[in-house]
Design a protein around this ligand. Structure first.
Ligand SMILES: Cc1ncc(COP(=O)(O)O)c(C=O)c1O
Length: 391
C-alpha cells in the first residue's frame, strides 16, 4: 500500500532536524539552526503572561486581533512610511512560514510559475510543489551573491504568477539593494506579476546596510505582499507569530487559504506581539549593535580558523567556503558539517539543501553558521574553531 502521497514523497527530512540530532549526539556547540539561545525582551515575555492571565485564551479573530493588526500597521508606518489599513491590509499568521504557504495557495494556480532566488530558503519550493506550481530559479552568485539581470529578465514569462524575494537573505546574508529591487519591480510591472517578500530579518542589518521594503517602491504597493514575523527580531522563534501585509485584494486572497489552514493564531502570543512591535527605537538600535558585535566577532573567528567567510549585510548568518581547512577525505558540505560536529564539536548547516538537485554542486563548498547565540556559546565555538587555525 502506498501510504505517502506523491506530493510529499520527494521531500526528505529538513536538514535542521538532522543537524540538531547529530549536534546533540556529539555535544557540539550548535551554530546550526537560526534560533537564538537567549530569551526575548522581558516586557514582551511579561505581556504574554499577562495575556494568559487576562482570559485571552480563546480563538482570536481569523485575520488577527485588532490591536495586533494596528500595531503591525503602525510599525510599517514608523519604519518604512508604508500606509496600511489595519482592518483590510494586515493578516496575522502562524509565523512567516504559514504566511508564505497561504500566500502561495491564495495567489497562484496549479501550472503557474513562481520565480525564486537560489540558494533558496528551504520552505518555499516544497510550498510551491504542494500548490502544483513550478519554481523558476535565478542564481545568486559571487562574493556579493548578486544575480544576472538578463537571467532574471528571462525567468519572467507568460506563466509567471509571482516572484519571492527574501531580504535580508537566508542563507547568504545578502541584503537586496535598492537598485536590485528596482530592477525586480520593473519586471513585475512589465509582466503583471505579484511580489511576495519575506522580510523576517528586516531589523538584523550590518555596517551601513539598509532594508528597503519592495512594497514602497513606485508602483509596487498594489502588487506586493510583505511577510514578516516576530520570531527573529524579538528572539521568540518558538512563538510562531507572523503576518502578511499588502493591498486588501492580495491579503483577502491569502486569508482565503489561511482561514482553512490554521483559522486563527495563538491569542496571548498575538497580544504580546503588539507590545513588541511598539518597543521604542532604542530597542531596535540595541538589537542591531548587539548583532553587529556577534557578526564581527564570528567573522573574525571563522577567518582566523582559515575559512573564506562571506561578509553578510544582514540576517543571522555567515556563509563560509570550507575548502582548504578540512582533511582531503571531506568531499562535500554534508561531509564537512558531519566532520565539524564529530571532530571539532561545532555544528553548522550545509548549503546544498538550499539548492535544487541539479544545482547541489553549487552549494558543495559552502556551509552556514548562525550568530544568534549568547556570548558563552560563541566563546565555546570560538575556542573549538581556534584548533583549526593558529589563533
Ligand atoms: C527566511 C526565513 N523565512 C521564514 C522563517 C520562519 O519564520 P517563522 O518562524 O516566523 O515562521 C525563517 C526561519 O528561519 C527564515 O529564515
Amino acid at each position: 500500500m502506498a501510504v505517502m502521497s506523491q506530493r510529499v514523497a520527494g521531500f526528505g527530512t529538513t536538514i535542521f532536524a538532522d543537524i540538531n540530532d547529530l549536534a546533540r549526539a556529539h555535544n557540539a556547540v550548535n551554530l546550526g539552526q537560526g534560533a537564538p539561545d537567549f530569551d526575548g525582551p522581558p516586557e514582551v515575555l511579561a505581556a504574554a503572561v499577562t495575556a494568559v492571565n487576562s482570559a485571552l485564551n480563546q480563538y482570536a479573530p481569523g485575520i488577527g486581533m485588532a490591536s495586533v493588526r494596528r500595531a503591525i500597521a503602525e510599525h510599517a508606518q514608523r519604519f518604512y512610511n508604508q500606509r496600511l489599513n489595519p482592518d483590510t491590509d494586515v493578516l496575522v499568521t502562524s509565523g512567516a512560514t504559514e504566511a508564505m504557504f497561504a500566500a502561495i495557495l491564495g495567489l497562484t494556480d496549479a501550472g503557474d510559475e513562481v520565480i525564486v532566488f537560489e540558494p533558496v530558503y528551504d520552505t518555499y519550493v516544497p510550498n510551491l510543489i504542494m500548490a502544483g506550481v513550478a519554481p523558476r530559479y535565478v542564481a545568486l552568485r559571487g562574493d556579493d551573491w548578486s544575480f544576472d539581470p538578463d537571467e532574471l529578465a528571462k525567468a519572467f514569462n507568460s506563466r509567471t504568477r509571482a516572484i519571492v524575494i527574501n531580504t535580508p537573505h537566508n542563507p547568504t546574508g545578502k541584503v537586496f539593494s535598492r537598485d536590485e529591487l528596482s530592477m525586480i519591480a520593473e519586471l513585475c510591472l512589465k509582466h503583471n506579476v505579484v511580489a511576495i517578500t519575506d522580510e523576517v530579518y528586516e531589523h538584523i542589518l550590518y555596517d551601513d546596510a539598509s532594508h528597503v521594503r519592495l512594497a514602497t517602491l513606485p508602483g509596487m504597493a498594489e502588487r506586493t505582499l510583505t511577510i514578516s514575523s516576530l520570531g527573529k527580531t524579538f528572539s521568540v522563534t518558538g512563538w510562531k507569530i507572523g503576518w502578511a501585509m499588502g493591498p486588501a485584494e492580495l491579503v483577502h486572497a491569502v486569508n482565503q487559504a489561511h482561514q482553512f489552514i490554521t483559522f486563527a493564531v495563538s491569542s496571548p502570543l498575538q497580544a504580546a506581539a503588539a507590545t513588541a512591535l511598539k518597543l521604542p527605537f532604542s530597542f531596535f538600535e540595541n538589537l542591531q549593535s548587539s548583532y553587529q558585535a556577534r557578526r564581527d566577532r564570528m567573522l573574525e573567528v571563522l577567518r582566523r580558523a582559515g575559512f573564506k567567510a562571506f561578509k553578510p549585510q544582514g540576517s543571522y548568518f555567515i556563509m563560509i567556503d570550507w575548502r582548504g581547512v578540512a582533511p582531503s577525505r571531506v568531499q562535500d558540505d554534508m561531509q564537512f558539517a558531519r566532520w565539524l560536529i564529530e571532530e571539532v564539536g561545532v555544528a553548522c548547516i550545509p548549503a546544498s539543501p538550499f539548492y535544487r538537485d541539479s544545482d547541489k554542486y553549487l552549494g558543495k563548498y559552502f556551509v552556514r553558521f548562525a550568530v544568534c547565540k549568547k556570548d558563552e556559546t560563541l566563546d565555546a565555538a570560538a575556542r573549538r574553531l581556534a584548533r583549526l587555525g593558529n589563533i
